[in-house]
Design a binder for this molecule. Structure first.
Ligand SMILES: Cc1cc2nc3c(=O)[nH]c(=O)nc-3n(C[C@H](O)[C@H](O)[C@H](O)COP(=O)(O)OP(=O)(O)OC[C@H]3O[C@@H](n4cnc5c(N)ncnc54)[C@H](O)[C@@H]3O)c2cc1C
Ligand code: FES
Length: 255
C-alpha cells in the first residue's frame, strides 16, 4: 500500500481520565484506504528531545469527514508533548503503515488491554460492516485504565475485566467467562503477557488468532531493523511485516 506523508490539523482533543487522550485529526485531502490495525508515525513538534516519530494505531476513521482518531496513553516525553498540543495545531503523519488485521471468522472475539484497545474500535466497525457482531473483551487494571467503553457498543457485545473489580468481572481478560466461549477467530492487542496468554489459548484450542505487536520502533518502514521480532520463520520487522502476526507463525513467541 502506498504510504502518505501529510500535515493533519488537530480538530478536537479530548482528555480521558488521568492518562489517556484522543486526537481527532482532519486531513487536507481525501483519505486513502486504511485497514484496521494499521498505524501512523507521528512527528512530535515542540520538543527537541523527541527526535524519532512515535507509532500510534489508527483508532477510528471517518472517510466522509476526512478524519482519523488516535487514542494515546501518556507514558513518556513524546506522548506527553502530544497531549499538550492545542486544537488547531498541525501534526505531520506518515500513514497508513503496517499490514493490519484480516477481518476473518464468523464468530470473532476481540481482546484489548490498556492502550492496545486503540486499534480494536475501527476493527469492530469493519466486522459490523460485514454484518458480523464480534464479542469485544476489554481489560485493564482499573476501570479508569480502560479508556473507551461505550464507543464499542454499536459494533458488538462488550465485556469488561478489571484486576480490582471496578468494572465487569474481577481478574484478567483470560479469566473472564466470555473468554472461554467458542469463537472461530481471535484478534488481540495489548500488553505482551496478555497477548501471549491469549495466543496460547488459541493455539491449544485450534482457533485462528492474530496478535498486534507494539515493539519499540524508529523508522516505521523496515529500514532500521530496531523493531524485529522472532517468528517461527525467522526474524521479521514489526513495522513492515506486522504489526499483526498470525499466531500460527508465532508459536515460539507465545511460549
Ligand atoms: C504499532 C504500534 C502502535 C501503537 N499504538 C499505540 C496507540 O494507539 N496508543 C498508544 O498510546 N500507544 C501506542 N503505541 C505505543 C507508543 O508508540 C509508545 O507508547 C510511544 O512511542 C511512547 O513514546 P514516548 O516518547 O511518550 O515515551 P518514551 O519516552 O519513548 O518512553 C517512555 C516509556 O514508554 C515505553 N515505551 C516506548 N515505546 C513503547 C512501545 N512501543 N510500547 C510500549 N511501551 C513503550 C518505554 O519503554 C518507556 O518505559 C503503539 C506502538 C506501536 C509499535
Ligand atoms: S522501525 Fe525501523 S525497521 Fe521497524
Amino acid at each position: 500500500m502506498k504510504k502518505h506523508i501529510a500535515d493533519f490539523v488537530i480538530a478536537e482533543k479530548k482528555t480521558i481520565g488521568s492518562s489517556y487522550f484522543t486526537l481527532l485529526l482532519k486531513s487536507p485531502e481525501a483519505l486513502p484506504e486504511i485497514l484496521p490495525g494499521q498505524f501512523v508515525e507521528v512527528q512530535v513538534p515542540d520538543n527537541k528531545e523527541v527526535f524519532l516519530r512515535r507509532p500510534i494505531s489508527i483508532h477510528d476513521v471517518d472517510y466522509a469527514a476526512n478524519t482519523m482518531t488516535l487514542l494515546v496513553q501518556v507514558v513518556g516525553k513524546g506522548t506527553r508533548t502530544l497531549s499538550q498540543l492545542a486544537e488547531g495545531r498541525t501534526l505531520n503523519l506518515v500513514y497508513p503503515l503496517g499490514n493490519g488485521f484480516s477481518i476473518d471468522g464468523q464468530k470473532p472475539l476481540l481482546v484489548g488491554g490498556g492502550a492496545g484497545i486503540a486499534p480494536l474500535l475501527y476493527t469492530a466497525k469493519k466486522y459490523s460492516e460485514k454484518g458480523i457482531r464480534p464479542a469485544i473483551l476489554l481489560g485493564g487494571r482499573t476501570a479508569e485504565l480502560i479508556p473507551v467503553k461505550e464507543e464499542f457498543r454499536p459494533y458488538g457485545e462488550v465485556f469488561f475485566a478489571t484486576e480490582d473489580g471496578s468494572l465487569g468481572e474481577k481478574g484478567l481478560v483470560t479469566q473472564h467467562t466470555a473468554f472461554g466461549k467458542s469463537y472461530d477467530s481471535i484478534l488481540t492487542c495489548g500488553p505482551t503477557p496478555m497477548m501471549k496468554a491469549v495466543a496460547r489459548h488459541a493455539l491449544k484450542n485450534g482457533i485462528r488468532c492474530q496478535v498486534s505487536l507494539e515493539n519499540t520502533m524508529a523508522c516505521g518502514v523496515g529500514a532500521c531493523l530496531c523493531c524485529v521480532t522472532k517468528t517461527d520463520h525467522g526474524h521479521r520487522c514489526v513495522c513492515k511485516d506486522g504489526p499483526v502476526f498470525n499466531v500460527e507463525n508465532m508459536k515460539e513467541w507465545a511460549n
